[in-house]
Design a protein around this ligand. Structure first.
Ligand code: ADP
Length: 195
């Protein structure tokens, strides 16, 4: 059985994490952020070193371990009952992040919508990332060059994922708006997808 899934999509700083944290509180929706899973790895986990190496340069961690991390989390949550695969919807944030990852997930996910949080103003995104660097002590947000690299990686590797799923699944939301207004637009799409 494929898992009913909605992708939270958008460049670094577009606000996926902010929206995901709120939406994950809605009954029936499970928010999984690959970045949060990576940051939560214990120091004894060898993948943690790999993550720090790649994320510190603003690059993507290799595909197989990234997919494996998310699949393991879905399995654990299914086992402990915090995710009911028959009835719940997955909200994936940060994954798939390139076309190869999307292909690796094609057998697992039934993607019913892609919420594309679109921020046309690069300066706003850079400001948000720098504010988060201070707030959350994130090394990959602290340095302007790393931020620029992540925005480049997004353009070159992640944006093509939109074409993989096609225009009919994509819902573009203007994420230059305030978080409340973005949330309103996101909820409108989620409500439509339920019908
Ligand atoms: P942002 O979207 O702001 O860049 P994330 O928390 O989603 O932040 O990701 C932080 C870093 O974690 C990425 O730059 C990358 O190195 C790594 N990462 C997260 N998800 C993936 C993934 N699906 N594949 C490869 N690397 C990932």
């Amino acid at each position: 059985m494929k898992l009913r899934t909605i992708l939270l999509f958008g460049s670094p700083g577009a606000g996926k994490g902010t929206q995901g944290a709120i939406l994950g509180n809605i009954p029936g929706y499970l928010h999984i952020s690959s970045g949060d899973l990576f940051r939560g790895l214990g120091i004894q986990n060898p993948l943690r070193e790999t993550f720090l190496k790649y994320a510190g340069r603003g690059e993507l961690v290799p595909d197989e371990p990234s997919i494996g991390l998310v699949q393991d989390d879905i399995e654990n949550r299914t086992r402990n009952g915090t995710f009911q695969p028959e009835t719940d919807t997955l909200l994936l944030d940060g994954i798939p992040r390139n076309v190869a990852q999307a292909q690796l997930l094609d057998d697992t996910l039934n993607v019913v919508g892609v919420l594309n949080l679109f921020c046309k103003n690069i300066d706003i995104m850079v400001e948000r990332l720098q504010a988060r660097a201070l707030r959350e002590n994130r090394l990959d947000d602290a340095n302007l060059e790393t931020i620029r690299n992540r925005l480049e990686v997004y353009k070159a590797e992640t944006r093509p994922v939109l074409d993989h799923y096609g225009d009919s699944l994509s819902h573009t939301i203007d994420s230059t708006q305030s978080p409340v207004r973005v949330l309103r637009d996101v909820l409108e799409v989620l409500a439509k997808l339920e019908t």
